[in-house]
Design a protein around this ligand. Structure first.
Ligand SMILES: NC(=O)C1=CN([C@@H]2O[C@H](COP(=O)(O)OP(=O)(O)OC[C@H]3O[C@@H](n4cnc5c(N)ncnc54)[C@H](O)[C@@H]3O)[C@@H](O)[C@H]2O)C=CC1
Ligand SMILES: CC(=O)C(C)=O
Length: 258
């Protein structure tokens, strides 16, 4: 029987690629993202349909607990099941430590941390209701495994995801719900790094593109991470082969943290 996965932040970047890979692995997909992302989501939906699976757009702001719960209900009822939740939506704000403002913290924490918690809550509730041994897969980052300078806000949100993943794995293990996370290194092609690079050059005066080049130069396997690399990991974590894995966070970074 076809399984159902919901991916947040799925209209572009890593989330879009994860949606396509899961579709190729036989999942119908709830492409969840902000309402303003509906146009972009249409192309993800058509890619999923091209892979022979069903897809729907689920508009949701992950910072709204009730809306996330409603989004999971919508996905489960329209796609007739619920098996995998990928809490992928996230934002990267870069700031010198002295310049971090309450509103920056609130913005990042609400999406990267609260959003992941709300996604776990909603998915676990649905898995229990349907009596499904579900999988929850969260977006961390190598910046959550090892803090980067001028990334205190972002790094700390992604470190929180690692801890939340462990706690949720322990709490939901008796219900056979596995909770894991992926920690990408520098992804070259999603837009997130253009913003990071521009902000970093404002801070350290390096020419545009140089900060990204500097990071890439430290990656032993010699290239940036592709969304495809991440999607392979997420698809594995959603697969029967990952049945006995829970509470883990996997770096996909070409050895960048070594
Ligand atoms: N791009 C990179 O180098 C890395 C990315 N990551 C993480 O991977 C995840 C995906 O990143 P990318 O695809 O590169 O980013 P992206 O910026 O291309 O996509 C992020 C998606 O999240 C959605 N989103 C943002 N706020 C939202 C909200 N409140 N509610 C619902 N959706 C919302 C956006 O609309 C967008 O579609 C993020 O959690 C990011 O922190 C981790 C390590 C490296
Ligand atoms: C954006 C991000 O998390 C990295 C490691 O590049």
């Amino acid at each position: 029987m076809t399984k159902v996965a919901m991916v947040t932040g799925a209209a572009q970047g890593i989330g879009a690629e994860v949606s396509l890979h899961l579709a190729k692995a036989g999942f119908d997909i709830a492409v969840a993202d902000l309402p303003a992302q509906e146009e972009k989501a249409k192309s993800v939906i058509s890619d999923v349909e091209g892979a022979g699976q069903k897809a729907i757009f689920v508009p949701v702001d992950v910072t709204d607990q009730a809306a996330v719960s409603k989004a999971v209900d919508q996905a489960a009822s329209q796609l007739n099941g619920f098996d995998v939740m990928v809490n992928n939506a996230g934002v990267a704000k870069v700031d010198k430590f002295e310049d971090i403002k309450p509103e920056d913290l609130e913005f990042s924490y609400k999406i990267n941390v609260f959003g992941v918690i709300y996604g776990i809550q909603a998915a676990a509730k649905k898995f229990k209701e349907l009596n499904v041994p579900g999988r929850i897969i969260n977006a961390s980052s190598i910046a959550g495994m090892h803090a980067f300078p001028v990334w205190a806000t972002y790094s700390s949100t992604k470190a929180a995801v690692i801890s939340i993943t462990q706690a949720a794995a322990l709490e939901f293990a008796p219900a056979h719900i596995n909770v894991n996370a992926y920690a990408p290194g520098v992804v070259g092609t999603t837009g997130m790094w253009d913003e990071i690079d521009a902000k970093m050059s404002e801070i350290n005066g390096k020419p545009l593109g140089q900060n990204k080049k500097d990071y890439v130069g430290t990656i032993p396997l010699g290239r940036t991470v592709e969304p495809n690399d991440i999607a392979n990991m997420v698809t594995f974590l959603a697969s029967p082969e990952a049945e006995f894995i829970t509470g883990q966070t996997y770096a996909v970074d070409g050895g960048g943290l070594l």
